[in-house]
Design a protein around this ligand. Structure first.
Ligand SMILES: [Zn+2]
Length: 255
């Protein structure tokens, strides 16, 4: 039996409405994608549903707002010379080099220092003189190398920003983890562990800082109430703008 697709609109929010014979209560949930969902017992009057949903509307809007800030890291792009990739909000062109990625290549100018991710990053990709340089033999696995590089840079950059803001605000996270997150840029547990998506280092430093401050503020306030936002505002007075940026412009930073 195919469930009947029904919708419920409250103010400007359209919910997918699912009727269930087994339910006794009205349930509201926010899936990772698509419309927010209302599960309702069969026979429940729409006026009752609307009232229940209206009471939760602020929560629904907040959850939808958070969801819009999802990392967009899925697109597969060709890793060919000339393609650009972001790092801390700036784009750098990819150059394929002839060397094998083992280092010590003779045609590399002597004494060159770089913002390389090579130490411990597990990739031969480097950022050198404003370019990503990848040995051409590794181009087929370009994304893998780029991600390994970003991960390492994220650990360094985010680690430093956490230390900076932790000292500034007098909070100490129990643990800081950089990883791939499915639906968020950052998170904080009730045990004081904060996590960040490595993809944050694609975005401008001011945005990374906002996410770091946001998660650190959760060490004091685990909700998104007025007291939480006041804590964020003390450190990031223009957090509204950075948050709006994260919801909109962050999408352009796909790799
Ligand atoms: Zn939060």
């Amino acid at each position: 039996m195919t469930p009947v697709q029904d919708t419920l609109t409250v103010d400007d929010v359209v919910f997918a409405l699912r009727w269930s014979r087994r339910r006794q209560t009205i349930g509201i949930s926010i899936p990772r994608q698509g419309a927010p969902l209302v599960a309702a017992p069969v026979g429940c009057r729409r006026a009752v549903l609307e009232r229940a949903v209206r009471g939760k509307l602020a929560w629904v809007r907040r959850k939808l707002g958070e969801r819009e800030a999802l990392p967009q890291l899925a697109p597969q792009r060709p890793y060919v010379a000339g393609q650009t990739f972001p790092y801390l909000g700036r784009r750098y062109r990819l150059v394929l080099s002839d060397d094998d990625g083992g280092g010590g290549s003779g045609h590399r100018p002597a004494g060159e220092r770089s913002g390389s991710g090579r130490p411990g990053s597990g990739t031969a990709l480097v950022l050198r003189q404003g370019r990503f340089v990848l040995p051409s033999g590794l181009a087929a696995d370009g994304r893998e190398h780029l991600v390994a590089w970003y991960r390492r840079r994220a650990e360094i950059h985010i680690g430093a920003r956490v230390a900076h803001f932790a000292a500034l605000t007098g909070v100490t996270p129990a643990a800081v983890t950089v990883k791939e997150m499915r639906s968020r840029w950052g998170s904080c547990t009730s045990h004081g562990r904060v996590s960040f998506h490595w993809g944050l280092v694609l975005l401008p430093p001011a945005i990374v800082d906002y996410v770091v401050v946001h998660e650190l503020a959760h060490l004091r306030e685990l909700n998104h109430g007025p007291r939480f936002w006041r804590l964020v505002e003390e450190i990031v007075p223009d957090y509204h703008a950075r948050r709006a940026w994260l919801r909109g412009a962050a999408r352009r930073y796909a790799i």
